[in-house]
Design a protein. Structure first.
Length: 316
């Protein structure tokens, strides 16, 4: 059976004590707001903030026209199916972290702070049913699939001993890929190449191109982005994290750790990314544009910190 988001609501929040049905206390107001943001409740008016057009907006180009060749709904549907399959496989292997896992709760708390700023980059994010899972594998990997389907591997958290700020940099980066619809762009380019220019004039109803997109969607978990996509995701991710109250300077320390981890063979997470030193320089150049956003943002109410360091692991 395919994963059904209407039957499996994402990111369950622990229940509050029961009050009268229309209780307006501050606890229920905050809980309802968080539920709208993370579960995409139909018909709810989520408290999406009004975001000023500053930060790195001027450094990010317009969305590729290739995204117009593939339906966003189809791509997000394919992502939901693949994400559901990933969860089932991880659960069958005993690798899916339970709801009580402290690091899963940490990831969800960080996501909950960043998500309200997503719609400024893509209006569809208001309707996405955001989810976050943690997979217990040693891989240095994380991703956000179209539609807000986020996964982290605990090897990334434990082996690199990532701070909350550094996790937020990765979270923002991966969310930026989904918000900028890089997967949809790649699918559009691939589908256009396969079908040939002679068919493009008849594709306004998608037709065969829609089928091609869904076939490509089966490979979403192994999709590789271009270096330009990765650089753009760095910029957008820095801004998202800074607005959420996470120090964007952690982008530098994060990639210094990743470069040390990449000695020998690069981990999957950075296999298609720009070279480490170049990436650090680009992030440092962007910091003045996001530092003011961080300075004005409320700080997270709780600091979680990394999981216990695996035995025999060198300092990241």
């Amino acid at each position: 059976m395919l994963f059904d988001p209407t039957r499996e609501p994402p990111i369950e929040l622990p229940p509050l004590a029961q009050h009268a049905g229309a209780c307006g206390c501050w606890m229920h107001q905050r809980r309802r707001a968080a539920g709208w943001l993370l579960a995409g409740t139909a018909g709810a008016v989520a408290p999406w903030p009004s975001v000023a057009q500053d930060g790195v907006r001027g450094d990010v180009g317009r969305q590729s026209r290739f995204t117009n060749l593939v339906s966003a709904d189809q791509v997000e549907q394919a992502a939901t199916q693949q994400y559901g399959q990933l969860k089932r496989e991880a659960g069958g292997q005993g690798a899916l972290a339970p709801e009580t896992d402290p690091q899963l709760q940490r990831l969800r708390a960080i996501a909950q702070r960043i998500i309200p700023f997503a719609a400024a980059w893509n209006a569809r994010a208001k309707q996405w049913r955001w989810e976050v899972i943690l997979i217990r594998k040693k891989d240095l990997n994380a991703f956000c699939m179209p539609g807000g389907k986020i996964a982290f591997y605990d090897g990334l958290l434990a082996r690199l001993q990532l701070s909350d700020d550094e996790v937020a940099m990765i979270m923002g980066h991966e969310m930026a890929h989904a918000l900028r619809e890089h997967a949809r762009e790649r699918m559009g380019k691939t589908a256009a190449t396969r079908l040939g220019a002679g068919l493009l004039s008849s594709l306004f109803g998608l037709g065969d191109l829609g089928d091609a997109a869904l076939n490509i969607g089966a490979q979403l978990l192994t999709l590789r982005f271009s270096r330009e996509d990765e650089s753009e995701a760095d910029l957008v991710g820095l801004e998202l994290a800074a607005r959420a109250g996470y120090d964007p300077r952690a982008g530098v320390t994060l990639w210094e750790k990743m470069m040390r981890a990449a000695q020998g063979a690069p981990p999957e997470f950075i296999s298609t990314h720009p070279a480490g030193p170049t990436r650090v320089r680009d992030i440092e150049s962007a910091l003045p544009k996001v530092q003011a956003l961080y300075a004005d943002a409320p700080r997270p109410p709780k600091v979680y910190g990394p999981p216990p360091k695996p035995a025999g692991t060198a300092n990241p």
